[in-house]
Design a protein around this ligand. Structure first.
Ligand code: ZN
Length: 410
């Protein structure tokens, strides 16, 4: 029996690449997707296996990601870096069901992950791949959840973590977690896009592993939300799944997870997936409505900071849109004060108390939970006085990296 395998495949041009390779994008610039050898897996996986593991005490079986490991990534158990993550509750409330006007509705609380967000599901896989590739330094640009999660898993794996943060607009509750886990934090004079560009330059030039959402392996871990959600429901497929959409990583991950189960013959049909974007940050909703490619917004404004995205949608929206026959529907209106409930094709507007912004930690819309606070004595972030190059096509000195991530070591 051959070992399960996978490839990285460009969602734009279809070019294939070997599975474990230090690569984040296709040569054409397109986003890469992990493509599993599903025919090989058909005889190896099933709901009985996953249910047996749910009752197991083994560390990898206890993870809400690695319990489904054949569908996540073919790595040896000794290579896995896990906290363990997942195992989030599916809440039901008669009062809330009556309030939204749907008989049977449940909320999957992804804020119950080890560092307080669903990012842990992707990060356990991203850090596991970093370890497998022999990398000992990892980095990301982030204003919150991603940095906390990356720092936590890097610490568990004994790796050095670098977090690039834009000036201002940073969730300090989350940043304090990254600092407490020992990440070196570099404050960039510029916005998130500037921080993103600089972290990519530094990773490429200095042998640091990039763990932003462009990393294709994080999607594989986030996909486990779909698997665990179904297991919570005793493998009954729901009619609709509603998920907040920022850079669309989670939307793409859920769609991919369900599509794989369908292709394996494990579920008889696909649920419809509704992606909710805030009115002030809705590039994917706009593109969906018009049938045209995503056009970055000049600016994104919403109190729901976790889904405030002007352009990142373009990374995953193509993957989302190509993943038929999953159904897609856009929100007509979504702000922290209001969000859209999608039922039978017509959107229905409901009002959410506006005291807290909607965040991405809930698979189904709900309100924010306060971020954990850190009482540890945290280091003050280093401030990097390097403004992004106004013309990214020109090369420039990489000397600024010396005092930030040091010299190449891997
Ligand atoms: Zn390509």
């Amino acid at each position: 029996m051959s070992a399960p395998s996978f490839r990285l495949v460009c969602v734009d041009c279809g070019a294939p690449y070997p599975g474990f390779e230090l690569r984040y994008r296709c040569g054409c610039g397109g986003t890469l997707d992990v493509v599993h050898d599903l025919p090989t897996l058909r005889d190896r996986v099933g709901f009985e296996l996953f249910d047996r593991r749910l009752a197991s005490k083994a560390r990898h079986d206890r993870s809400g990601v690695w319990r489904f490991r054949e569908l996540i990534l073919p790595v040896a158990e000794g290579e896995i870096v896990t906290k363990p993550e997942g195992n989030t509750n599916l809440y039901r409330s008669e009062a809330l069901a009556a309030w939204v006007g749907i008989d049977d509705v449940a909320w999957k609380h992804e804020g119950e992950n080890p560092t307080g967000s669903f990012k842990d599901r992707g990060m356990t896989v991203g850090i596991t791949v970093a370890k497998k590739l022999g990398m000992n330094r990892v980095a990301c640009a982030s204003t919150g959840n991603t940095s906390a999660s990356m720092a936590s898993y890097a610490a568990a794996a004994g790796m050095t973590a670098y977090v690039f943060i834009p000036e201002g607009k940073v969730a300090f509750g989350k940043l304090s977690q990254a600092l407490a886990y020992g990440a070196t934090t570099i404050q960039i004079e510029g916005d998130f896009d500037a921080a993103m560009r600089l972290v990519q330059e530094a990773c490429a030039a200095r042998g640091v592993y990039l763990l932003n959402s462009i990393n294709p392996f994080r999607i594989e871990g986030q996909k486990a939300i779909a698997f665990e959600l179904l297991q919570d429901l005793q493998w009954a497929v729901p009619d609709w799944i509603v998920v907040p959409g920022g850079n669309l990583g989670n939307s793409a991950a859920l769609g991919k997870g369900f599509a794989e189960l369908f292709e394996l013959g494990l579920i008889p049909r696909l649920p419809k997936l509704a992606v909710i974007q805030a009115q002030g940050a809705n590039p994917f909703a706009t593109a969906f409505r018009s049938g045209r490619p995503v056009v970055p917004l000049p600016a994104a404004e919403t109190r729901a900071t976790a889904i405030r995205s002007t352009r990142a949608s373009s990374n995953r929206s193509r993957a989302c849109s190509k993943r038929e026959p999953i159904g897609w529907m856009e929100a007509r209106s979504a702000e922290p004060g209001t969000c859209a409930a999608l039922g039978d094709g017509a959107s229905r507007r409901i009002t959410v108390p506006a005291s807290e912004p909607m965040v991405e930690d809930e698979t189904i819309v709900t309100r924010a939970r306060a971020a954990p606070t850190c009482r540890a004595r945290c280091a003050i972030p280093r401030r990097l006085s390097v403004s992004p190059d106004p013309d990214p096509t020109t090369s420039r000195s990489t000397a600024w990296m010396d005092g930030v991530v040091g010299s190449p070591t891997t």
